[in-house]
Design a protein around this ligand. Structure first.
Ligand SMILES: [Zn+2]
Ligand SMILES: [Zn+2]
Length: 316
């Protein structure tokens, strides 16, 4: 039973109380009709009407029934939204399956061409890839948290809003399933991972040997970008985490829970990097984000986080 407390009949059911009537469904309209007949304290659909409807005049009932129109329009919109959600869910599934397949192929190709001759370069390549992914996560997160509005067409709803909502309900991310969590990031890395395979298959072994550390960089970057949302989700999960995840968090190989909590203190202006969090200390220490904000403010006149603070205040 869902409704507003504006107008209608207060109904007490087995599971508490609710309001029926305004813009409600057929049951709500029936309820109104009965109320307009002056029904008070009667059983309606197994629930006891404890407060009769305020008016007996027909005009009121007609007006109330007319309010179904927006609801019907809303239902049509809901149908479209449902279709949109289905398309998104399918895209996410395809992205995740494709991405995992490409990662496996890339990994096998890297293994085939592996040589200990340039082990140092490989390690540097992998570490640089992880740091770049961490920096990228910080830039994207900072951009979405700090600038723009949730009302901007397309980007606002699809990109900025999820970041802003995350501040209001940080644990919502933990209720997402695997596909929902990783779909978007998998979509981003499909092309780079496919390019990597193409490189391996189209070049000579000597040429691959020469640039092997670079391929390791690209692979590590792609893996950690793909994993960012999952790692972020783990940083908000306090129950049921696999043991190996907590070990990686404790060793600060991926974003630790305690560390990420710092970002969730309003006004959310520090610790934007959410892949490993390695760059958070150095970037905050040199005032990187404040300097970037000052530059952008000087160029555009826009103040950082203005919209976020207004929006968060409105949502509370
Ligand atoms: Zn944030
Ligand atoms: Zn978070």
């Amino acid at each position: 039973m869902r409704g507003s407390k504006g107008e209608g009949t207060k109904v007490v059911g087995g599971d508490g109380e609710a309001w029926e009537g305004e813009g409600g469904d057929r049951k709500g309209a029936e309820c109104l009709n009965r109320s307009s007949e002056g029904v008070q304290g009667r059983e309606v659909g197994g629930s006891k009407v404890v407060k009769g409807f305020v008016s007996e005049d027909k005009e009121f009932v007609q007006n109330t029934l007319r309010k179904r129109e927006p609801v019907e329009r809303g239902e049509a919109a809901h149908g479209q939204m449902h279709k949109g959600a289905r398309v998104k869910a399918n895209t996410e599934w395809i992205s995740v399956i494709l991405c995992i397949s490409l990662v496996i192929i890339d990994f096998l190709l890297l293994l085939t061409h592996f040589s200990t001759n340039h082990l140092c370069k490989i390690i540097v390549g992998i570490v640089a890839g992880i740091i770049t992914a961490d920096f990228a996560s910080g830039m994207v997160h900072w951009g979405a948290d700090t600038w723009g509005s949730v009302d901007i067409p397309v980007i606002g709803k699809a990109f900025i809003r999820p970041f802003r909502e995350h501040h209001i309900d940080p644990t919502a991310i933990t209720r997402q399933d695997f596909i929902e969590t990783n779909g978007d990031n998998c979509l981003i890395t499909i092309v780079p991972l496919a390019c990597l395979i193409y490189k391996f298959l189209s070049r000579t072994p000597e040429s691959i040997y020469d640039t092997y550390a670079w391929e390791c960089f690209m692979f590590a970057l792609a893996i950690f970008v793909t994993m960012t949302n999952q790692i972020h989700k783990w940083s908000h999960s306090y129950f049921g985490l696999p043991f190996w995840v907590t070990v990686l968090q404790d060793l600060h190989i991926i974003l630790p829970r305690k560390h990420h909590r710092i970002h969730h203190v309003s006004p959310h202006e520090t610790c934007f990097c959410i892949t490993t969090g390695w760059l958070n200390y150095p970037l905050d220490r040199i005032g990187f984000w404040r300097k970037m904000e000052n530059i952008i403010e000087a160029l555009t006149g826009h103040k950082p986080r203005t919209n976020d603070l207004q929006w968060a205040w409105k949502m509370e």
